[in-house]
Write a protein that binds this ligand. Structure first.
Ligand SMILES: C[S@@+](CC[C@H](N)C(=O)[O-])C[C@H]1O[C@@H](n2cnc3c(N)ncnc32)[C@H](O)[C@@H]1O
Length: 181
């Protein structure tokens, strides 16, 4: 019988979430099924979940006062309309390079970006295989260079939840701050 359990949150997101300002505003960009929304809300953040397909989000979180759901196509070339001064921005399994500069700009000073997605080399495991959707070596570390401080950066092959080449970063906009633990 198929499992109806929602997909598990990324351990990378869960690990660095405590570095976001307590009670802060967090943007879950391309939230998908909302696997990070519950985690964010339970950690005490005010969540805005954005996706172009929001039916799963409405089903899971419609009416939840702590989770605002925004239906938006992020690739239509419209200017960034999601506001600024976010305390945290979470992006997983999605890449649209023209948005990267907007993500940098939209963070508050001392805001944290937590980003994890597929990287070059993923072609041998399946999709995505289009280079437009695969990060180049070190790309996130370059994008979130100064004035960001990189808290953690990894790139390589993972086995779970399935074999994939990925890259991930947690970076704070501003000087060195506290760490987890
Ligand atoms: C692979 S899923 C990842 C979902 C979620 N971040 C996660 O890791 O569970 C990619 C998501 O990006 C959304 N998406 C793709 N293109 C988009 C666009 N142009 N604007 C907004 N959302 C988009 C899809 O609807 C889908 O929910």
């Amino acid at each position: 019988m198929p499992s109806l359990e929602p997909a598990k949150p990324s351990p990378w997101v869960a690990r660095f979430l405590p570095l976001v300002k307590p009670g802060g505003r967090v943007l879950d960009l391309t939230a998908g099924s909302g696997r990070h929304c519950r985690l964010l809300r339970e950690a005490g953040f005010k969540v805005t979940a954005v996706d172009r397909h929001i039916a799963p989000l409405i089903e899971a979180y419609g009416g939840d006062p702590d989770i605002k759901i925004v239906e938006m196509d992020l690739e239509t070339g419209e200017p960034w309309k999601l506001g600024s001064a976010w305390d945290g921005i979470v992006v997983t399994n999605y890449l649209h390079r023209p948005l990267l500069a907007a993500i940098r700009d939209a963070l508050a000073w001392e805001g944290l970006v937590i980003y994890e997605t597929f990287a070059e080399g993923n072609e041998r495991f399946g999709k995505p295989s289009n280079p437009d959707f695969l990060l180049a070596p070190g790309e996130l570390a370059t994008v979130f260079g100064p004035p960001f401080t990189i808290v953690a950066f990894e790139q390589g092959v993972v086995e779970t939840p399935r074999p994939a080449a990925i890259q991930r970063i947690a970076a704070r906009k501003g000087p060195v701050g506290r760490l987890v633990g």
